[in-house]
Design a protein around this ligand. Structure first.
Ligand code: C5P
Length: 238
């Protein structure tokens, strides 16, 4: 896969105008956008439809955690918008993940990804909500449930990409937010890694947000992320 197709830019902005401005600035440099709850709520689904109409792929990060009937309805609505990826919380259990996968069956390009443990959480945060497993063990447990429910892949931190690839095999999508460029601040990510380290370990896609969207020159920042991945396409590199 070409590095450009592995990079998903998170459009974490609060208006449709700001989102369209960023998409215009990135132009052909970016083919894949993540739209999350903030932008979807502020801008509405019309923005997603415009991105799809413009030939962009969209990861609609709904992080669904509801009763199976409601999850299925939301997945069908996402599929009708033409998005390529939608997320469901694996902590909601096999029932809601299976409902999401069944609902996605009507939309051939739609992939259901199970969110394992958000990258801002540590093992201590998990303990505070009553989960005694380490973050990595919890991610692997939830990924196993997601696989059993038929999900097409998982969302996890870069540090778990290697163990997940071993657990899920070569075809699963493994999407990692929480990537930072070498030498950059880790920000609010508790379990960060570079794009190169994440993909070398087994991630299929990386999600990058503020490092691109808050840069003085977003296209240049995105080229840095791509450059970090390009070395993996060089013969002999790993
Ligand atoms: O940090 P960045 O702006 O690159 O975040 C991109 C995406 O990564 C966000 O949209 C969010 O879904 C995810 N994220 C996360 N944990 C954090 C920060 C961001 O999972 N601590």
């Amino acid at each position: 896969m070409h590095p450009t197709d592995r990079i998903i830019v998170a459009l974490d902005v609060d208006t449709r105008r700001a989102a369209e401005n960023m998409v215009d600035r990135l132009g052909a440099e970016c083919r894949f956008y993540k739209v999350g709850l903030e932008l979807l709520t502020a801008a509405g689904p019309g923005l997603v439809e415009r991105l799809v109409a413009d030939g962009k792929e969209v990861f609609l990060d709904l992080k669904l955690f509801e009763i199976p009937n409601s999850v299925a309805g939301a997945v069908r609505a996402a599929g009708a918008l033409g998005v390529s990826m939608v997320t469901v919380h694996s902590m909601g259990g096999t029932g809601i993940m299976a409902a999401a996968v069944a609902a996605a069956g009507d939309f051939p390009r739609l992939r259901v990804l199970a969110l394992t443990v958000v990258t801002s959480m540590t093992s201590a945060d998990l303990a505070a909500v009553g989960i005694s497993a380490s973050a990595e063990d919890q991610v692997l447990r939830l990924a196993g449930l997601a696989e059993g429910a038929g999900c097409h892949g998982v969302i996890a931190a870069p540090q778990e990409a290697g163990a997940l690839r071993g657990r899920l095999g070569p075809r699963a999508l493994i999407v990692t937010p929480g990537v930072v460029l070498p030498g950059e601040s880790r920000g609010d990510h508790a379990r960060p890694g570079t794009p190169r380290a994440a993909v070398a370990a087994g991630a299929s896609h990386v999600v990058v947000g503020r490092a691109v969207t808050r840069a003085a020159d977003p296209a240049a920042a995105l080229r840095l992320v791509r450059g970090d991945l390009l070395v993996l396409n060089t013969p002999g590199a790993r």
